[in-house]
Design a protein around this ligand. Sequence first.
Ligand code: MCA
Ligand code: AMP
Length: 511
Amino acid sequence: MKTKANPNLFAALRAAFPADLDGVAVETDNGLFYSWRDLDRASAMIANLLDALGLEEGARIAVQVEKSVEAMMLYLATLRAGYVFLPLNTAYQSAEIEYFIGNAEPAVVVCTSRNASWVGPIANAAGTRHVFTLDDDRTGTLLEVAAQCRDRHAVAHKNADDLAAILYTSGTTGRSKGAMLTHGNLLSNAEVLKDYWGWTKGDVLIHALPIFHVHGLFVALHGALLNGSKMIWLSKFDPKRVVEKLPEATVFMGVPTLYVRLLAEPGLTGEAVRNMRLFVAGSAPLLIETFDEWRERTGHTILERYGMSETVMLASNPYTPAQGERRGGTVGFALPGVQLRVRDDSGRDCTTDEIGNIEVSGPNVFVGYWRMPEKTKEEFTADGFFKTGDVGKIDGRGYITIVGRSKDLIISGGYNVYPAEIEGYINELPGVAESAVVGVPHPDFGEVGVAIVIAKTGGALDAEAIVADLKSKLANFKIPKRCFVVNELPRNTMGKVQKALLREQHKGLFA
Ligand code: MCA
Ligand code: AMP
């Protein structure tokens, strides 16, 4: 009798490793080469370390470390051993980390040795039993202990609906929610993309994105691994380095800011991209100017796609001309297996080109928010579609265009910034009566936050002091790029702050 394959995502990634395990799997920007055998052995050793801790089923492994191949191996090891990976942006500061750790109650926390002095106590206070360090120079207690572990490990059996990862996404109101993604969510999406984007033998990916969000951790990494493809691994995005490496690569993925910065490089020429097969953009709207300029400079048409932490990838422009042209300003078609519809506020299906709320269902859609059943229920329709909070339309040929968001969200350089969170911090400052944070266009980050603040009657406020205070509490990308103290905020007849008007007033700030 044929035994059923293990639905553990790692089992599928491992099965895709090339037969020659001594070939190069990863080349780093500091001149290191990792073979497929290295990935296999090191992920086995870290998986054995996790197993030896005697963790409970479904234990969360929270990780806030700099990008490194070892950090990627820790992710693979977590899957391999069957635990739940919880990646955290390296920019998060103590209040943010305290919330995530308190909410997720991870059994293991891995942080940098630089941050251990404050992350460790937060973890201990939340009941975390194991704190390890991991640095980007292949040091730290995690690797010291793993070095003592066996380099063979039988992949844990997991069902497709078992959790593989929790990704925190900020909320428009209240605190961040942990989107629970299963092995089935991640593997089905990776398999669809492998086929849809024509991953092929010999592909080489330039991996230049952070590995604590969907784009770098899932879309890029799973894409390369499931194809047994070599990665050119950049610990940080550096446009010069990317241009230098383009002739050795075939696939690149980036948020729009990465494309804007690459276009500023004189070395980006048709000659530099001669071996490239595919440029993918997403996480934020790609300006049509960037799309056009890229085509002119390189002869390549960027393929724009659309995703979310809760759903992984939802829609993509076509890869082959037979499927259609890649249209700038659109995110293409719903991916195979994804049902995507646009409905008005009353729940009626919109007609062709009519603007409404984007709702989705499919094997890629998450199973809910961690320990928030009520929130989860609110975000799904009665017939099981997830409400994305994005507003868009579908044309007669099926091309989807995102025209805006019903959620009050700023996407800055591919990172999400929720005005409600920033306003909450500003409003707590002494002397502040009220504030509004809005997103305005920015040539580099696409969009950035601007704060408009009102002082309590009779008081005075210093805009610079407000920004300095926020910097001491929040991740740097969330800090408003400008802050204004004004006498009043524009309101509608219901007394609600008119953010559209504020955006309009400040739209030229960074022109
Ligand atoms: C850095 N800064 C930013 C941002 N990044 N400000 C606003 N928005 C940003 N995204 C500011 C810092 O606060 C700092 O300001 C200064 O820039 C320099 O910081 P540094 O870290 O050196 O910046 P950088 O290395 O130039 O980073 C820019 C970046 C980075 C490379 C574009 O933001 C980035 O990697 N973005 C990609 C994010 C991503 O992977 N998103 C995918 C999410 P100061 O000096 O004043 O402190 S996944 C997703 O959305 C979905 C599911 C999807 O569809 O993919
Ligand atoms: P997050 O949940 O943090 O991963 O962010 C997901 C959000 O990013 C989506 O709901 C969209 O608003 C936005 N997004 C992702 N890809 C695109 C894209 N290609 N164009 C416009 N917005 C996008």
